[in-house]
Design a protein around this ligand. Sequence first.
Ligand code: 13P
Length: 256
Amino acid sequence: MTPDVRPLVAGNWKMNGTRDALSQIKAIAEGVSGPLSQKVEALICPPATLLYVSTALATDSPLSIGAQDCHQAVSGAHTGDISADMIADCFGTYVIVGHSERRTDHGETDALVRAKAEAAFAADLTAIICIGETAEERQAEQTLQVLKRQLLESVPDAASAENTVIAYEPVWAIGTGLTPTAEDIKIAHQYMRDDLVARFGGEGKKIRILYGGSVKPSNAAELMAIDNVDGALVGGASLKSADFLAIYSAYETLLA
Ligand code: 13P
């Protein structure tokens, strides 16, 4: 945790969820409607096909809804893509950019991720910019250099605590059940914090830095308690409302 920073527990549904899954959005919206919502924000990023109906379901709850990617352009001939404006038009308030699966599956570069984050800012969305090292980079002890490069090249100069969230997701920890040790996460998050403060000053102190990669109800409390871990970006365990709510509820004890 970081002093005076409101944690964010975010779910990335990836390419999962048809209309049947809307019952999970409804249950999550209800489940996060208690007093903890004053202190901890909750977000679900369903697939784009469910975005509009999800925001409608979450209207009267503190649950935020976001998208998983946007194109860098405002509009145009880009078959299959969606723009940040389209997300805002569906009442989405966040967009994930630069997830490692997009970097791998679609060859997205740091420069492209930065352009996407800038498009998100222009549409008044908050960009969740994902960074993280691969297994090979970790073995070569390059984790901190990779994070430094990705922060420098993927995060726009206009980043602020309002429009930007960083998600540290070690690629090798995604969907594997593996996580770094608490000490490794602490070192990585402190490093990112120092880097953000050096570049953005006071704003850098408040930009939320999430941890992602195999976050589950059983490890959430330990992970969320680490210095400079300001929440989680949850994949698989966000698909079931009970698991997502259990992760969110880890803050009941942490903030008690
Ligand atoms: P898992 O929680 O399934 O490991 O996925 C993490 C992730 O990639 C979230 O963006």
